[in-house]
Design a protein around this ligand. Structure first.
Ligand code: DGJ
Length: 743
């Protein structure tokens, strides 16, 4: 049992062998947060843990009790304007213009397992894997009912939270703000961590001291965005990759979000996450209900790696489609950087022939196969084949690719249109844009109104037609612009504040419909690279194109940051040509592959431009990946040295039974007359002996942990080395060490 309840005191304690989370009903029937962190032994009463103090100049709950000021009581689900002046989790407006909520505890329910969240992606688990507590609260005057749902996973330091609102009154209630989770973490100065960036450098790692005031990351762009990820963490200032306390939240949602910490002047840190309230307004009619997206809360007392292990485990086992979650993914050749839009069937076939010779398993035809798409200013939304480029149609091309022994995948950008398209000419009302205002283009394109079910149905039918008439096993679902001038011709004037949320619900509906009709489809999500890399997408698309920046050195930071939350099995990573198309850098072919191995691996180049020597090297790379992909994709991934701090980056994967590991070392610049270099490998069996496949050397687990693999070793002759080092003297050098336990 993982939920303990003291009926008398009305105290709730969610716990497993890693974490505890405690709250209670206080005198005014609101919920008070008591504790969140490392597991503490269950004790029946928590009244002695309640903290109160007289706070001058504060609003109090009871006339005769000066210590009951909500502004300094840790709240479980704070509302706005009633004496707690910090950031709220919920805010509504009633028909008389008032907004005060008095949410009082009513009852609770516990159940094994967790129920499906209607219309939205969420984690899932069996009855014996988690337990759910639902707290029922009510605002008596208005009839608004609030359900707080908490699911604790039995073996992970994870609690998921979501909120359901139900209007049990007879007036409309406008939801102005509804966050999925809020936790007040007291008495300690923390560092705030987030993943932020831009196109081409997504999810870089940021850490800074949290100070009084609000630190927020967010998106108001209609997608979770390149700019910030729906993730935030508070780390003890001394917490490192492997030690110390970290509290974190991640939102299973792909649209506008807000993730923030509001540090009050007593150093209570209110950590919160949910749909961004900006331009969000949802009319809850009598008997109407509204669900928030799900928030995932991970607490780690083992630093950032401990946090990441929990997210990776959770997402690989309880979020990603089980059909793919543990399945080796095919090695891909994508033609985008090889041809861009300029291709014919012959050109594609000749690339595919070489790809097949190299050992590639799946060929993906990217943008440019439909309508009159010769430039990127035309045809989005016209999902029928361009017969000038592909005279045998998609079906004919897919057959030829299949005949070469590869599966076939196809690119779509289902949410978009160009002005030069049939869809936009025939249905101008299907495009998002404000009447009388200039509708701004981005990459010559406009966003379809997925808040309108007719639009979703229309696109579904077009895509279904293509997918049903050719042997397509993979779809790359792209999305290349954000939403501006948000306004829907489908919604009435009072419902315009619903558009951004309805839009993303429409995207989820299309994913659901496509997967229901084509359950074996493997979908790669993409948004100009990593502009929508979030758990919501991961629920439908087991892998996500991490960034349009395919340069190996840039990827060190991008993949390192992404790995904070997302498993290797979700990180699309391809080897591309040099000079790199995004940054012009020339990196060695082995380093390009060594970085991409720690992801869903593939190539994104014209293989017909490779030299014979490069072809041989790539054949070996593909063989290596195929031999080791289960370990690379699903092994426990641990970061060892950060590209944000060092010239060197190191990371590793290992099997849980410690039988095998792959360790990677990368350097940016070569340093003349540098110090000795080693790669320390933690967490293997200390007394066992491990052999390195690449050089035959053997180390014990304790040597690996404490001394490390020596990179500057005086190895000569007998092992085939004629240099004094395993490292090469070159910029952008890298090494992979494949370790297997020999005894
Ligand atoms: C952006 C994607 O990130 C690229 O990989 C490619 O698919 C292009 N769009 C195609 O337009």
């Amino acid at each position: 049992m993982s939920i303990f309840i003291n009926e008398q005191e009305k105290t709730f304690h969610l716990t497993n062998d890693k974490i505890s989370y405690i709250f209670r009903v206080m005198e005014n029937k609101q919920l008070e947060h008591i504790y969140y962190g490392s597991k503490i032994a269950f004790s029946d009463s928590v009244s002695r843990l309640v903290e109160r103090s007289f706070r001058p100049v504060s609003v109090v709950e009871f006339d005769n009790d000066l210590i009951t000021c909500l502004d300094s009581i840790k709240q479980e689900f704070p509302s706005s304007g009633g004496g707690d002046f910090r950031e709220a989790a919920i805010d509504v407006t009633f028909e008389n213009g008032s907004h005060i909520l008095e949410l009082e505890y009513n009852s609770y329910k516990t159940a094994k397992g967790k129920t499906k969240l209607p219309g939205m992606p969420a984690t899932f688990a069996n009855q014996d894997e988690c337990e759910t507590l639902t707290i029922f609260m009510k605002d008596e005057l208005s009839g608004l009912e609030v359900e707080l749902n908490y699911t604790i996973f039995n073996t992970l330091p994870v609690i998921t939270r979501l909120v359901r609102l139900h209007n049990n009154g007879d007036e409309n209630i406008t939801i102005e703000r509804l966050l999925s989770a809020s936790v007040d973490i007291p008495d300690q100065k923390y560092d705030v961590i987030h993943l932020s960036g831009l196109w081409g450098r997504e999810r870089h790692f940021y850490r800074s001291p949290a100070e009084p005031g609000v630190k927020a990351v967010y998106s108001t762009r209609g997608a979770s965005s390149h700019h910030h990820n729906p993730f935030i963490a508070l780390a003890h200032p001394e917490a490192t990759e492997n030690h110390g306390n970290v509290y974190s939240m991640n939102l299973v949602y792909s649209g506008n979000f807000l993730a923030q910490v509001d540090v009050d002047n007593y150093y209570v840190n209110r950590l919160m996450i949910g749909i961004h309230p900006n331009r969000f307004q949802w009319k809850l009619k009598p008997h109407g209900e509204f669900y928030s997206p799900e928030a995932v809360l991970v607490f780690s007392d083992k630093g950032l790696n401990g946090m990441s292990h929990a997210y990776h485990d959770l997402y690989n086992n309880h979020l990603i489609n089980p059909k793919w979650a543990h399945k080796a993914r095919p090695v891909v050749m994508n033609n985008w950087e090889g041809t861009y839009l300029d291709f014919t069937e012959d050109k594609i076939i000749s690339i595919a022939e070489t790809a097949s010779e190299l050992g590639v398993e799946l060929f993906v035809l990217d943008d440019g196969w439909f309508g009159k798409r010769d430039l990127d200013n035309s045809s989005l939304g016209d999902w029928y084949v361009n017969k000038e480029k592909l005279p045998n149609g998609i079906d004919g091309l897919a057959k030829k690719i299949n005949d070469l022994g590869m599966e076939f995948g196809l690119w779509f950008e289902p949410e978009m249109s160009n002005s030069d398209s049939h869809i936009m000419k025939e249905h101008p009302e299907w495009i998002i844009g404000t009447p009388g205002r200039f509708r701004k283009p981005a990459r010559f394109q406009y966003v379809l109104d997925y808040g309108n079910p007719e639009v979703v149905e229309h696109i579904f039918e077009m895509m279904d037609d293509i997918l049903s008439n050719a042997n397509i096993s993979y779809v790359k679902w792209d999305m290349n612009r954000n939403i501006s001038e948000a306004y829907s011709a489908y919604l009435d004037s009072e419902s315009q504040g619903e558009l951004m949320h309805r839009y993303i619900l429409g995207v989820y509906t299309l994913y659901d419909k496509l997967l229901e009709r084509h359950p074996n489809l493997l979908i790669e999500s993409c948004a100009s690279g990593g502009g929508r890399f979030d758990p919501g997408m991961l629920y439908y698309a087991p892998q996500i194109w991490t960034s349009d920046d395919s340069d190996a050195i840039e990827r060190l930071k991008i993949q390192y940051g992404t790995s904070m939350v997302y498993p290797v099995s979700s990180i699309g990573a391809h080897v591309s040509a040099v000079p790199n198309h995004q940054v012009g850098r020339i990196t060695p072919l082995d380093t390009r592959a060594n970085v991409a191995f720690f992801g869903v691996f593939g190539y994104e180049l014209d293989p017909n431009k490779l030299t014979e020597e490069e072809m041989q090297e790539i054949k070996e790379q593909i063989k290596y990946y195929k031999r080791n992909r289960e370990l690379l994709l699903f092994g426990e991934f641990t970061r060892l040295a950060s590209p944000f701090e060092e010239n060197e980056t190191m990371w590793m994967v290992k099997t849980k039974d410690k039988e095998q590991a792959i360790v990677a070392w990368f350097q940016v610049l070569s340093i003349p007359n540098d110090g000795y270099r080693r790669v320390r490998v933690p967490g293997l069996d200390p007394s066992a002996l491990y052999k390195i496949e690449e050089n035959g050397l053997q180390y014990t687990g304790s040597e690996l942990e404490n001394i490390g693999i020596v990179l500057t070793a005086p190895i000569r002759g007998e092992l085939g080395f004629d240099d004094t080092a395993i490292m090469n003297k070159r910029d952008f050098d890298s090494k992979i060490f494949t370790l297997r336990k020999v005894k």
